[in-house]
Ligand binder design. Sequence first.
Ligand code: PLP
Length: 478
Amino acid sequence: MSGNAESTAYRSALEVIGAVEPRVATAIRAELADQRESLKLIASENYASPATLLAMGNWFSDKYAEGTVGRRFYAGCQNVDTVEALAAEHARELFGAPYAYVQPHSGIDANLVAFWAVLADRVESPALRRAQARHVNDLTEADWFALRRELGNQRMLGMSLDAGGHLTHGFRPNISGKMFDQRSYGTDPETGLIDYDRVAEAAREFKPLILVGGYSAYPRKVNFRILREIADSVGATFMVDMAHFAGLVAGKIFTGDFDPVPHAHIVTSTTHKSLRGPRGGLVLCGPELAEQVDRGCPMVLGGPLPQVMAAKAVALAEARRPDFVDYAGRIVANAQALADGLQRRGTKLVTGGTDNHLALIDVTGYGLTGRQAEQALLDSGIVTNRNAIPQDPNGAWYTSGIRVGTPALTTRGFGTAELDATAELIHTVLSRTAPGTNADGTASKAKYVLDPGVADRVSKQASDLLTGFPLYPAIDLG
Ligand code: PLP
């Protein structure tokens, strides 16, 4: 699509929207302006292509299509069939997976679909069969009681939240921690790395039905061959949630032992992080689990979002192009340049570096909490998110870490020199920030004092850095 076509498309769309509710059109314009102006280091965000974004803004949104391709509960789904089949085909080809289910609306939905599919495959339960015919919201207390009793308190072993795992990997307050009797594995306290011997030991003791691999904040490669061997040794189903690093799998950076697809029984992902697609999820598996995965609707999902499946088809087609391999390689080179730049300036990183798209800064070295560091960086035009570090003394709310990632800035065209300059800006802000005090004189975990002038100076430097790398350069909203 030419730049002119993109500008025309968005200007027309905003005119149409603005004629009905101008404040929405204004907010959409403001969002583009904000995204253009911020130095975005949020590891889970990216910038989807205009083609991907435009595929979501149309009349597919009006269509109900419960069921699967060719087997719908509604008439007139032939065009939805086309886009769903295309998205699934691109996902299978891209990841080398026998089966792909592209209906999940998000990563959490994809994980729920996978959990229920494994339970249905592994455990004989009439209550589960009955529940699968309904939407999860329609289950009564009595249904849940029967389910838990018949499922026999099944066990899940996943990475702990403070070691970098995700809420859905068995965190107590999440539904995964309620559905399953859960236990988690952490990382080595000295190195911050996964200790596979300890995972094996935990698996031997706990005998999980599902062993979950994958993470939201672990900055290293994971050896999925070893995790599969551990799962096999205790008869567990091995599931990998590659939500964060799917782009690195698609871009052939994670191959062999580090590619989850040939090793896991079932793989889930989001489509909007390093994969650079629309907000959504997907599930990959072999033929033995495919039938149960297809029962995602009605067990977990209602009608799919055909407009998002259309956008998944576009983004997955983009990820199959040779330039995506180059993009994925640059994401990692940039993350390493950022990590090296930070460490050269004395910043402490969990595990001492990165081999994926993210790094985890331990801000205790600056005498700060994650909350203070996140806000001071934001004041200075740098958007990050606070994140717990292993054995975090400040818990999951204040935290002691800042997670930084490079998928978004790499999409803008940043290279290693710009990431080194970014490291300098981060270090400047953190080293010029001091913890604040509460009104009663006690130390605050939220308040902070940034040296005068630093926020303005760094914001200006961040903005200068971004000027050379315009976001959506072809789109001029006038
Ligand atoms: N799985 C992992 C590993 C994640 O990091 C996330 C999101 O942060 C999810 C699942 C959930 O994705 P979503 O926000 O699309 O539900």
